[in-house]
Design a protein around this ligand. Structure first.
Ligand SMILES: Nc1nc2c(c(=O)[nH]1)N[C@H]1C(S)=C(S)[C@@H](COP(=O)(O)OP(=O)(O)OC[C@H]3O[C@@H](n4cnc5c(N)ncnc54)[C@H](O)[C@@H]3O)O[C@H]1N2
Ligand code: MOO
Length: 214
């Protein structure tokens, strides 16, 4: 309205970013034609991430659920990489150390460079970021890939605190100003994790936010 009021009817804008999104896990309902069965899980991450990205002005395409099979995973990723021209790919699940956590292996088979895998945050520590060499004809650069953890809270946290920052950067937006906060617990999270036994409750003591400093 402000621009129109001074006669400006056209302005240059950046194209919307395109994100390709996958959920992973053979336990997810949609990967078996929505047949309810014991032990099956509704896909909570796909719809949540798609809606959050769309709210932030991103064109997001849900590319489906990847089953827990490294060959299928790799071929599906390759097929979509050839076909789609995404600025970023995001997957959820299969990034930890279990038998079926096959996203890192599928990426390695595609010749990806794993930039980081596992970082010092909870929830979200198995998160990974990689770049995949481009195999579609239309572009020459590498395609960035976030492998977010499957745990829905961890995937939401990694989306908010990692992937959204990355997207903002691609959109040439200014970084958010971090807010320093003082917590009730005197321990440094890193020290507490290294020094305590993982099965003891004091490993991750409950914390209260005391105050914040802009
Ligand atoms: N040996 C280790 N095991 C685990 C570690 C570890 O460090 N060493 N880390 C744990 C942490 S922390 C997390 S978080 C999880 C994340 O593992 P994955 O990313 O491999 O996630 P999945 O095993 O595929 O799924 C975890 C959990 O979430 C459910 N899930 C997955 N996708 C969805 C979805 N789209 N919608 C709803 N729910 C979903 C899935 O069924 C599992 O229950 O690893 C720990 N293990
Ligand atoms: O760090 Mo996991 O990501 O506990 O939820």
């Amino acid at each position: 309205m402000a621009l129109a009021s001074v006669g400006i009817t056209e302005i240059p804008v950046l194209p919307k970013l395109r994100v390709g999104l996958y959920s992973t896990g053979s336990e997810l309902l949609a990967s078996r034609n929505n047949q309810p069965a014991t032990g099956r899980v509704e896909d909570a991450n796909g719809p949540y991430i798609a809606a959050t990205l769309a709210d932030n002005g991103v064109d997001v395409e849900f590319l489906g659920i990847l089953d827990d099979d490294v060959e299928t995973m790799m071929h599906t990723l390759k097929f979509n990489l050839e076909k789609n021209d995404c600025d970023l790919i995001i997957s959820t699940g299969a990034v930890s150390t279990g038998r079926f956590d096959l996203v890192p292996s599928a990426l390695q088979r595609l010749g990806a460079h794993i930039v980081f895998h596992k970082i010092g945050i909870r929830p979200g520590h198995p998160v990974m970021f990689a770049t995949i060499p481009n195999i579609s004809t239309g572009r020459s650069d590498e395609i960035p890939f976030f492998g977010l953890p499957g745990n829905p809270v961890a995937s939401a946290a990694c989306l908010r605190f990692l992937a959204m920052h990355y997207l903002k950067c691609l959109q040439s937006q200014l970084p958010e100003t971090p807010l320093a906060a003082r917590m009730s617990c005197p321990h440094d999270a890193k020290t507490a994790r290294q020094s305590a036994h993982p099965w003891k409750s004091e490993t991750f003591p409950r914390r209260k936010l005391l105050d914040t400093h802009p």
